[in-house]
Every structure is written in structure tokens, then in C-alpha cells.
Design a protein around this ligand. Structure first.
Ligand code: PRP
Ligand code: URA
Length: 206
């Protein structure tokens, strides 16, 4: 299952991100803003429990988040989405997966993993701005499953149809929330029209 955010506030920001003249400072701010919109959509079914709250007027019933959440950025570019996720989920834990695409083959090469132990009931939110061939996302989800995670969602900014199809076939129970579904991959496995290399644009390493 994949959900594409269809909202003018998102489309406006994604267009600014695509612009090759957008500098890293604004680019990072836009990544964070679009991430907040993704989080709102992806967390609609978050588990809550009823609690009592005393307002200045009376006692009433309210709701408190019950789910234990682990945010899992894929390095490097996923780091650009972490602060925005923690703003809406301040009690979440953060696990980190390092992955670098082989530039020739686009195969993901894992180089680091530091993720909290799972008891199977936590909700893991994997974040990475780009879903191109889907290799990195599929590998990340596979690593989380091996660690015992059973509830996993993938949040990203720009997707290629090829990447969405790969996650849907290899991890059909993992929903993908994306801000834009683009046309295709080019011969270098970059997303078209895309926004270029997200990590370089976030970290100013062009
Ligand atoms: C980018 C991006 C994803 C991956 C997507 O990372 O942030 O992790 O490529 O491509 P895929 O769907 O074909 O696997 P990259 O490996 O360039 O590393 P970086 O974040 O350090 O720039
Ligand atoms: N990674 C990126 O950062 N951009 C792409 O278009 C594909 C993979």
C-alpha cells in the first residue's frame, strides 16, 4: 500500500525543493516541513488511550499516545527528517541505519546499524527522503524485521514507481507514505524529475 500526499502546501514545498537553485539552508527547512506533513498522514492510526484531564472548568476525558515509537533514519539523507519527526513525537527513540548506494549498480551497501532492541510491538518509522530503486528501503526494513520489529512504516519525500513496486512486492505489509510519486529512474538510477542527490543537497556537499 502506498499513499501519496495530495495537498497544495506539500506540492508548493516539493517544487521549491526540486529547484536546482534552492540552497541547503532552505532545502533543509523544506525537508523538515514536508516531513511534518508526512508524519501527520502516517500517524493517523497511532494507538492512544483514554485519560482524564482537568481543565480550568471541569474534569473531562482526553487521549494520550500509547504506541512506543522508534524513528529510523537511513544515513545520510534520512538525518534531515529526524528533527521534524521528533518535534511531533518527542518521546520516540531513534535508531540509525547507515547505507550507501553503489554508484554503478545502485545496490545498497550497509555500513552501520544502531537500532534499539525490539519486543515486536513498537512502531518503527523508517525515514529517507528518496525511494529510487527501493534497494536501501527494502534492506532497511529487512534489517528491522531481523531485529524483531513487526510494525514498520516507510516515510519519504520523493518516490520512483520502481521503488514503490519493490517495497510492495518484498514487504507488502509495510505502507509507504510519500510526498510525490515521480515518473521514472534514469540510466544512473536517479529519480526523474526528482531533486538530485538529497544527501548532497541537505549537507551542502555538491
Ligand atoms: C540515497 C537516498 C536513499 C537511497 C535511495 O542515499 O538517501 O538512501 O539513495 O536509493 P535506492 O532506493 O536506489 O536505494 P545514498 O546512498 O546516495 O547516500 P547518502 O544519503 O549518504 O547521500
Ligand atoms: N538518491 C538520491 O538522493 N536521489 C535520487 O534521485 C536517487 C537516489
Amino acid at each position: 500500500m502506498h499513499i501519496v500526499l495530495n495537498h497544495p502546501l506539500v506540492a508548493h514545498r516539493i517544487t521549491l525543493m526540486r529547484d536546482k537553485n534552492t540552497k541547503p539552508k532552505l532545502f533543509r527547512e523544506l525537508v523538515a516541513e514536508v516531513t511534518s506533513f508526512l508524519a501527520i498522514e502516517a500517524l493517523k492510526d497511532l494507538r492512544t488511550e483514554e485519560i482524564e484531564v482537568e481543565t480550568p472548568i471541569t474534569v473531562t476525558k482526553g487521549r494520550k499516545i500509547k504506541d512506543k515509537i522508534v524513528i529510523v533514519p537511513i544515513l545520510r539523507a534520512g538525518m534531515g527528517m529526524v528533527d521534524a519527526m521528533l518535534k511531533v513525537l518527542p518521546s520516540a527513540k531513534v535508531g540509525v541505519l547507515g547505507m550507501q548506494r553503489n554508484e554503478e549498480t545502485a545496490e545498497p551497501v550497509p555500513y552501520f546499524a544502531k537500532v534499539p532492541a525490539a519486543n515486536g510491538d513498537e512502531l518503527a518509522l523508517v525515514v529517507d527522503p528518496m525511494l529510487a530503486t527501493g534497494g536501501s528501503a527494502v534492506d532497511a526494513v529487512g534489517q528491522l524485521k531481523k531485529l524483531g520489529y513487526r510494525r514498520i512504516k516507510f516515510l519519504n519525500l520523493i518516490s520512483a514507481p520502481e521503488g514503490i513496486a519493490k517495497i510492495e512486492s518484498e514487504h507488502p505489509e509495510v505502507p509507504v507514505y510519500t510526498a510525490a510519486k515521480d515518473e521514472r529512474l534514469n540510466e544512473h538510477f536517479y529519480i526523474v524529475p526528482g531533486l538530485g542527490d538529497a544527501g548532497d543537497r541537505i549537507f551542502g556537499t555538491l
